[in-house]
Design a protein around this ligand. Sequence first.
Ligand code: PLP
Length: 444
Amino acid sequence: MTRQDSASYVVEESEASRTGRKFQDPFQGYFERGQQKGRTGTDLLDHHAARAWLRVIRWGMETGLYGYQQPFEEKAAPRIALDGENYLMLSSYDYLGLIGHPEVESAAIAAIRQFGTGTGGVRLLTGTTTLHQEFETELAAFKGTEAAMTFTSGYMANLGVISSLLGPGDSVILDSRAHRSIVDACRLARVQVRRFSHNDPCSLASELQKEARGKRTLIVVEGIYSMDGDICPLAEIVALKRKENAFLMVDEAHSFGTLGISGKGVDQYFGISPDAVDIWMGSLSKAIPSNGGFIAGARDLIIYMQHGAAAFMFSAALSPPAVGSARASLQVLQREPERIVALRRNAAYLRSGLIRLGFDIGNTDSQVIPVIVGSDERAYRLSHALFMQGVIALGIVSPAVPVGKARLRLCATAAQDRRFLDEVLAAFRVVRDAGWDEPAPLSP
Ligand SMILES: Cc1ncc(COP(=O)(O)O)c(C=O)c1O
């Protein structure tokens, strides 16, 4: 162990050099065998996007920088093994540290024992169990709405709600950094889409005042932005929605379970009534470590969507173990608010440590912490350099973020402790000092 400096991040510097760390090949030698190089002709992949992606992936494999789809053999805990080496996990959404919680796992197993692994159908037919109903009632009570309904993912929840409520005569005004699932939902609904500058109420006001608004206007924002970690200015947005007679939807994929004193979300964080928002959306795969998504709101909205949202009606119900584990997680969250305190403390520590080391973390104010590096290639390089130091911090590149804004996205969680965070910061210091930013031998 060596002490680095007055910031006193502790690191076992020699460890990385002792190990045989290297990104695994998730393609089982496909690129090594060279098939991609010889590919020509008019096949399904003969279009610009596919060619560009295959080129980048091949470059990633040739340079050893491709770090996605690493095949883990165990739970995404803070300390995780991969191919016999130990790593610090910084890319898991397990914000409350509930992956592996015995009560959550037992609830999944109990749900399988009582209801089976699947429901044999969609919710309207055989897919509704008492477990689904109890969980949805508890979810609505927690969120402070009249009702809630679950979908098989947050992505599906966004598709379902927007496409069932709005159509070509309506308009949606999106924050410019809206998640892909919201954008896709608008495409499916064929609504007019306009964007306002990220987290800027003045820009939203000017979009709302434009004449070209549709019959009905829905504003869509996120509680915590998934790539940037900043929080939406909910009070200003609610005031504008009221003044301009629009509707408001908030995607709480990253703020449900993490913001507010008891994790109820961005409304609780700002002390705003949940009624101020027409549609609440959340994911069950982040602070709640299961699968699924939900919509919460007025009872008539939910009853209508049960009969009007294709993503709910034409897709099998959330499986019993997913509902059981989500329900148990919600119960643990309510019983153990100290997890939210730990999450916030860890996020603040990680943010300030990274700033002290000179990394650009944008405007994050939450557990989602971007380390913005610019080009996609630089994000791959930094991710790889950290991996060699035993840290898993995956790159987020275009099109998930604008070109030139590539980043690593770190997630603080309640399960991390001070020693863990010091080791992470020490690794960042090592890669910073070692000059991680040398171009890779081949260019994508
Ligand atoms: C803002 C936002 N909305 C929706 C989703 C989709 O949620 P899910 O992973 O449950 O499909 C995500 C996923 O990361 C997200 O970040």
